[in-house]
Design a protein around this ligand. Structure first.
Ligand code: GLY
Length: 385
């Protein structure tokens, strides 16, 4: 068996197992690290029933309760959190028991928060079932829900406005479940892998690079699972090192620390939260999904690095080529005025008093940039419109 990736966080350290056929052994993996007598499984209703049943039956004689959710950004809410908390109370989960989050990033984020709150904290085991959640969301302990709010008279969705850093006790990523993952979602996960390949330029220990990421991305799209497992592991290893060095995004303000992982995300959240944005996907026009917006956000951030750091456009061209190879959009087919995107960026929870801190891609990894003002931001937005 391949060695797990360790997320080294002193007493909150944990292993991330990545491989094939892991769901049928989930119970064994959990009981090796936890002394639980009961588990409650929050399942993604979009996952094939056979995979969900395999995971549940792997717990043998432990008491198992289950509930299924099909969540989206709008139901990533306090209402859903409350529903989950009631289920944990009704399942009589005790402090030594465990929550299993079997699903994509949204389910993992809400279930993780429910675990953090139930009886002031029970263990959570993240079992990501999408590429995006395997390489990013399930590792690092970010949990949360969105809030619908009215700001300056406008109704807005504040993403992950309520949450906690709450590290899982274990992460188990069975790449076999990706077989049923729709192509669009596979591509969306690849956007985070491209982000990691850019960040990896500043990490001498990483084998990831923009130049090398292409064939691994082809393997994801073609379903070559042994190669995919290695690729996911390498992405998790990069994220684990970043998180271990700066668990709570509290690095000194000029050092990126964990904020490196937000590369492209300030632009992406603005693109996602604006209902007028469109991309061409599978020969039709659609509102950008998170990964598609992240890919566009990487390009806008690369353009901003050219404007503010005098960087040449070589890196942006490489990112464009990687996105195109992954089948991801490289521009918006419909975009609102840059002003609306900039206003949304300034509402980002990472902004302070409306002033942004942005992460820029460079050939040596990432750099932080203080709010450059509206004109460079507008030019960066225009580059993807
Ligand atoms: N997805 C960004 C982070 O975990 O920090």
């Amino acid at each position: 068996m391949t060695a797990p990736v360790r997320v080294a966080l002193a007493e909150r350290s944990y292993d991330v197992h990545v491989g094939r056929g892991l769901l049928v052994k989930l119970g064994d993996a959990v009981t090796r690290v936890l002394d639980a007598r009961r588990v409650h499984i929050f399942e993604d209703a979009g996952l094939p029933q056979s995979a969900r049943d395999s995971a549940a039956s792997s717990f043998g004689s432990l008491s198992v309760s289950r509930s299924a959710y099909r969540l989206n950004e709008s139901t990533k809410s306090l209402d859903t959190l409350q529903e989950m908390l009631v289920e944990l109370a009704e399942a009589r989960l005790e402090r030594t028991d465990a929550v299993i989050a079997l699903g994509g990033g949204i389910l993992g984020d809400v279930a993780g928060l429910a675990a953090a709150l139930h009886r002031r904290g029970v263990a959570v085991v993240q079992c990501p079932t999408t590429l995006l959640s395997m390489v990013d969301a399930s590792v690092g302990g970010k949990t949360g829900v969105n809030l619908h709010a009215s700001i300056d008279g406008e109704s807005v969705l504040l993403k992950n406005a309520v949450g906690q850093f709450y590290q899982p006790a274990l992460v188990v990523a069975d790449v076999d479940v990706l077989d049923s993952l729709p192509m669009r979602e596979r591509r969306c996960g690849l956007a985070e892998c491209i982000k990691h390949a850019v960040i990896a330029a500043g990490d001498p220990e990483s084998k990831l690079s923009l130049g090398e990421v292409g064939s691994a991305m082809d393997a994801v799209l073609a379903g070559e699972w042994p190669t995919v497992a290695d690729f996911v592991r390498e992405n998790v290893a990069l994220k684990a090192r970043v998180v271990a060095a700066d668990e709570r995004e509290s690095a000194a303000s000029d050092a990126p620390g964990r904020r490196a992982l937000n590369l492209g995300h300030t632009f992406a959240h603005a693109i996602e939260s604006n209902t007028d944005t469109r991309v061409d996907v599978d020969n039709s026009s659609a509102h950008p999904a998170h990964g598609e917006a992240v890919g566009l956000g990487l390009l806008a951030a690369a353009r901003l690095a050219e404007i503010t750091l005098g960087q040449d456009d070589g890196l942006r061209r490489e990112i464009t080529a990687a996105l195109a190879r992954a089948g991801l959009p490289t521009r918006l087919s419909a975009a609102p005025h840059a002003k609306s995107l900039i206003a949304a960026m300034r509402q980002d929870k990472k902004a302070r008093s409306g002033r942004l801190r942005l992460v820029l891609p460079t050939r040596d990894g990432v750099k932080m940039l203080d709010d450059p003002g509206d004109a460079p931001l507008a030019e960066a937005c225009a580059s993807i419109a």
